[in-house]
Design a protein around this ligand. Structure first.
Ligand code: DXP
Ligand SMILES: NCC(=O)COP(=O)(O)O
Length: 253
């Protein structure tokens, strides 16, 4: 069955909007795990717009105590700055079960593309080695909606990654516009390439209760989905327990 890792970035967005400690990120993560989520994801941004390093340390403790996967996402090329020690250092400090490398910048509203593996292969290789040497599974954010992205997946295997995370933003957009089937076929091809190259397959970005089931039906073999934005929004209407339960039902179909 596909594993559900809940991304709690959005809890930190709310918390930071008032400067206090509510809603509490660790309490929210506990609620997600109590409801049956399999793991927790965060994507601390160097500008600390939501998750901060102290959240990463606290969530690392929680997930270790609970024996569940902690998936830490970030750009390994972004320089350290006050309050953000850099992605590799953060991983060395907390040793997450999975490190997901994402090529984003401060200027981006959110993650919106995967790596250019041909261009970035030499820079990625030592980082992947360093992360694996501290026991992290390494996943690389990858485009499936472009031919270059799909062809580049073989290079992700060549730099030593364990998995790719297929960037599902374009799928979510196509699904909403009624053209999900054609787009999902491109993701299925990317997944097949990843599988042939010996890579495990994760998926994430803008997945929701509306579009997840069809995605998993069309793209076999997805090991993990990380979902935050839609899930936290849905929980406002449905409550966290019912929302997680709905996702678990979709995953077990
Ligand atoms: C890699 C990815 O798709 C997620 O981490 C997503 O980018 C969430 O990040 P934000 O919550 O900062 O939008
Ligand atoms: N890796 C994707 C993720 O963690 C969550 O993305 P989103 O559901 O917030 O778009």
């Amino acid at each position: 069955m596909t594993v559900l890792s809940v991304n709690v970035n959005k809890i930190a967005v709310l918390r930071n909007s008032r400067g206090g400690d509510e809603p509490n990120v660790v309490a929210a993560a506990k609620a997600c795990l109590d409801a049956g989520a399999h793991g927790i994801t965060v994507h601390p941004r160097p500008d600390a717009r939501h998750i901060r390093s102290d959240d990463v340390y606290a969530l690392s403790e929680l997930t270790r105590e609970r024996g569940v996967e902690f998936n830490l996402e970030g750009n390994p090329f972004a320089p350290a700055r006050a309050g953000y020690p850099g992605f590799l250092t953060l991983c060395q400090q907390v040793r997450p079960a999975q490190a997901t490398l994402v090529p984003d910048s401060d200027a981006q509203l959110t993650s919106d593309h995967g790596f250019d593996f041909v261009r970035d292969a030499n820079a990625l290789r030592p980082l992947v080695d360093a992360l694996k040497s501290i026991g992290c599974r390494v996943s690389l954010f990858a485009d499936a909606h472009t031919e270059a992205g799909r062809l580049g997946i073989n290079h992700a295997a060549a730099v030593g990654a364990d998995r790719v995370e297929l960037y599902t933003g374009p799928y979510a957009e196509a699904f909403a516009a009624g053209s999900g089937r054609a787009m999902a076929a491109q993701f299925a091809e990317a997944a097949r390439r990843a599988g042939d190259a010996g890579l495990g397959i994760n998926a994430g970005h803008d997945l929701s209760q509306a579009n997840l089931g069809f995605f998993l039906q069309q793209v076999p073999g997805v090991l993990e989905v990380s979902i935050g934005h839609a899930l936290i929004g849905e929980a406002i209407y449905q409550g966290i327990d019912a929302t997680i339960d709905s996702y678990l039902r979709i995953l077990s179909r």
